[in-house]
Design a protein around this ligand. Structure first.
Ligand code: ADP
Ligand code: MG
Length: 766
């Protein structure tokens, strides 16, 4: 007596829709045994598929009981049904339910993977099953490229591979021509010898010769259940097996069990990652589409997050006042030694080596002095007749005085600290005070001497300037608008006094202006020369003895008298140099070196971006320096317009990130829906829901990782190519911003997959 495998007891099933209730099965009781080949027939809508789906564990029932191998199923939960589908049933569908983009071999192997075999072994075993159904030559073909008959044979091979005792087949020949249909039925018949095969067909004639039992349904009820009396005709060898395998249907146990090893079955994660990889490999177009979509999201979010970091810094919304630093440059940090000593060459080297420091200039104050060197571009002359009204008659022209207007206020002195011999294409670095280096396309400017004007807006009086002739000794290699001056000139104009004091010229008991000395090579000894605007008539016309007394910064005389006699020379420079600044006093080099130092106790460093200010300040402190951002101490009140702009940009970026989130969840989820059929197939061949859910996580996270890597690479390339917006933004990209960017993109993907899985679960359980 054959062992009863499946028993149905009074099974009823109804479908409920909004408008109607359809009773698909009414109190069906049946039992099936091993070795049976059962055909279920009946007109369309009679409940055949419903019955088969209940047997296959794909559908639930309302009433009755199903007993499997003697065990009732009423207490089965979702997981038990998963196990049931995976271990007890092999499925063959009318529409084949293959994963079209997988190869024939992988379709079979996927069933084996689901059964817990490792991928390599699964492939080997799968090849055996392909041979059993005569598809050994088609292993590498995509399932979607096979003919209908081949597809159905493949789906049978997949059902076989599961090595279950029961195969259910719903209209397996429904889409096949009768010749191919016959072959399939013969194949199923062969298989039924050591299995239970239950087949739904509405074309009973085709199956009649092969089946051992015929069940007819009508309106959800069994109206006949007949066993074939004469087995003789059925058992006789099939006349034409050319489409079949050479050695049809070795008992499944022989092949599968023989190859089964005691290896640990795959974990859900392993299985999911294998399927994810197969999906990527077999659907390149889809992989590219998803990656491109994620790439757009990643790139946009990179920009939004970057801008958020740029605008997080609220000092960008402050107004700049030029009282402290005339040179408006937010990358400038003013540096002093913590011990207050002068900046040495050693210091310059040390400062240069600090990360993000691009340029160091030991003469900080000179960096706020404007220079004007090119006639017509930087400055122009106007000649007026003020000379006639002037208290002294000698002007630059014939009875006229030269007035200079300065045009370009954006050029500030830099000393040659900032460059080295290697930056020069021609010539040499300055040695003497009045030598300079600048950029020109050729060396024709070398050794040229030209006038240069200096204006020090926040120290010297308005419209006053200092002028001297400078000589070009070197030509820079790289194009630059910057002129580099000798350190001596920079320091001289920065007026570094020995002991924080000032000198005043006292003549005839009158206190003259506080003065700042500049060296004039045409003077010697105690000779000085006043500026033309400072000079008064009684001080002109020769050499007048007067004293020079020292005062401290509070304005009190220190009692120190420098010299009893200072000879005031004609204010009009004999060497063509012109001093138009009342605060400046030309002295001889000798005098200067005696009372002043050509040193600097304050340097400027220029960093790559304002974004790195805090980092550099911290580093400077550790190195023994005191630093301050010239920008921060020059900005006071908020600029309303810029504040609004900043908040608007922050708002737009935040909104952008939200929109990207919605776009990804909605659009990507819809794109994923296109492949929902694959998951049905996987469910029916017994994949655990847990694995199904994880496949999408693995697959999408892989695409996300690729898009993240591409985005970061792309941004770095754009930065190195010198795209200004990207460059500026990238300075604000720190570890935390990269982390935020990566987390944001991963989160988006996780959310997308989460919502997709929810939708998928609903569909699969429907
Ligand atoms: P058969 O396979 O014999 O053609 P089915 O078992 O598919 O018939 O269907 C039996 C009855 O149940 C039919 O009236 C059909 O319309 C109905 N039915 C089947 N599936 C559903 C469903 N998911 N929702 C509503 N009604 C259904
Ligand atoms: Mg049907």
């Amino acid at each position: 007596m054959k062992k009863v495998r499946i028993e149905l007891q009074g099974i009823s099933k109804s479908y409920y829709s909004e408008t109607a209730v359809t009773q698909a099965l009414r109190k069906v009781s049946l039992s099936f045994a091993m070795g049976e080949f059962v055909a279920i027939t009946g007109e369309s809508g009679s409940g055949k598929s419903t019955l088969l789906n209940i047997i296959g564990g794909m559908d639930s029932f309302d009433e009755g009981e199903m007993i499997v191998d003697g065990e009732p199923t009423f207490q089965y939960d979702d997981e038990d049904w998963e196990t049931y589908r995976r271990t007890k049933i092999g499925y063959v569908f009318q529409d084949y339910s293959l994963i079209g983009h997988y190869t024939a071999l992988d379709n079979v192997a996927s069933a084996l993977l689901i059964m817990g075999q490792d991928p390599e072994e699964a492939r080997k075993t799968a090849a055996d099953y392909l041979r059993q159904v005569g598809l050994e030559e088609y292993g590498a073909h995509r399932a979607s490229e096979l003919s209908s008959g081949q597809k159905q044979r493949l789906s049978i091979a997949r059902a076989l591979a599961k090595d279950t005792g029961i195969i259910v087949a719903d209209e397996p020949t429904g889409n096949l021509d009768s010749e191919t249909g016959q072959q399939i039925i013969r194949l199923l018949q062969e298989l039924s010898k050591n299995r239970l095969v239950i087949m739904v067909t509405h074309n009973y004639d085709q199956a009649e010769a092969y089946v051992t039992r015929k069940i007819r349904l009508h309106d959800g009820q069994i109206i006949s259940d007949v066993k074939a009396e004469d087995d003789g005709a059925v058992q006789e060898p099939a006349p034409d097996t050319s489409g079949l395998a050479e050695e049809p249907c070795a008992p499944a146990g022989d092949t599968a069990a023989g190859k089964k090893t005691v290896k640990k079955p795959l974990t859900s994660n392993q299985a999911a990652s294998i399927f994810a990889r197969w999906n990527q490999r077999t659907q390149k177009g889809r992989a590219i589409l998803f990656t491109s979509f994620l790439l757009v999201i990643a790139a946009a979010s990179f920009l939004f997050i970057g801008e958020l970091f740029v605008y997080r810094d609220d000092t960008t919304t402050k107004n700049y006042t030029q009282a402290g630093f005339y040179h408006e440059d937010n990358t400038r940090i003013v540096v002093k030694r913590q011990d207050g000593k002068d900046i040495t060459d050693e210091d310059v080297k040390k400062l240069s080596s600090v990360r993000y420091v691009e340029t160091v200039d030991s003469c900080d104050i000179a960096n706020d002095i404007n220079y004007y060197i090119e006639e017509g571009k930087d400055y122009e002359y106007a000649f007026g007749n003020e000379a006639k009204r002037s208290r002294y008659g000698k002007g630059a022209g014939e009875g006229e005085i030269k007035r200079v207007s300065f045009l370009n206020e954006k050029r500030f002195m830099m000393s040659t600290d900032a460059i080295s011999e290697a930056d020069l294409a021609y010539g040499r670095l300055p040695q003497a005070r009045n030598e300079i280096v600048l950029y020109a396309s050729d060396d024709s400017l070398l050794e040229k001497t030209m006038p240069c004007y200096f204006v020090f807006h926040n120290v010297w009086a308005e419209n006053h300037y200092y002028q001297t002739n400078v000589t070009v000794t070197g030509i820079l290699r790289e194009s630059s608008g910057q002129v580099y001056f000798s350190r001596e000139l920079c320091r001289m104009l920065s007026m570094n006094l020995t002991d924080n004091s000032v000198f005043r010229i006292v003549y005839d008991d009158r206190i003259r202006h506080e003065i700042t000395p500049v060296i004039s090579d045409s003077l010697t000894g105690n000779e000085v020369r006043l500026s033309s605007t400072m000079a008064e008539e009684y001080l002109l016309g020769g050499e007048f003895p007067c004293t020079m007394e020292e005062y401290d910064l509070a304005g009190k005389p220190t009692g120190k008298v420098v010299t009893d006699t200072v000879y005031i020379k004609d204010p009009h420079s004999a060497d063509g140099q012109h001093n138009s600044t009342p605060n400046l006093l030309e002295v001889s080099a000798e005098f200067y070196n005696q009372h002043y130092r050509l040193t600097s106790s304050q340097a400027s460093v220029y960093i790559s971006s304002y974004a790195k200010t805090d980092q550099v300040l911290k580093k400077l402190e550790r190195l023994g320096y005191e630093g301050m951002s010239s920008y921060r101490i020059s900005t006071i009140d908020y600029n309303e317009e810029r504040t609004t702009q900043r908040l608007t940009i922050i708002g737009i970026c935040a909104l952008g990130l939200v929109i990207l989130l919605l776009a990804e969840v909605l659009i990507l989820r819809s794109l994923m829906k296109i492949r929902i059929k694959d998951y049905f197939v996987m469910k029916f061949i017994g994949m655990k829901m847990q694995v199904i859910r994880r496949i999408s996580y693995f697959e999408m996270l892989a695409y996300t990782a690729v898009s993240i890597v591409i985005t970061i690479t792309l941004m770095w390339v754009l930065r190195l190519c010198g795209i200004p917006v990207i460059q500026e933004m990238m300075w604000y990209y720190e570890i935390s911003s990269y982390l935020l960017f990566i987390l944001y993109n991963i989160l988006l993907t996780l959310l997308t997959v989460f919502f997709f899985n929810r939708l998928l679960k609903g569909r699969l359980n429907a």
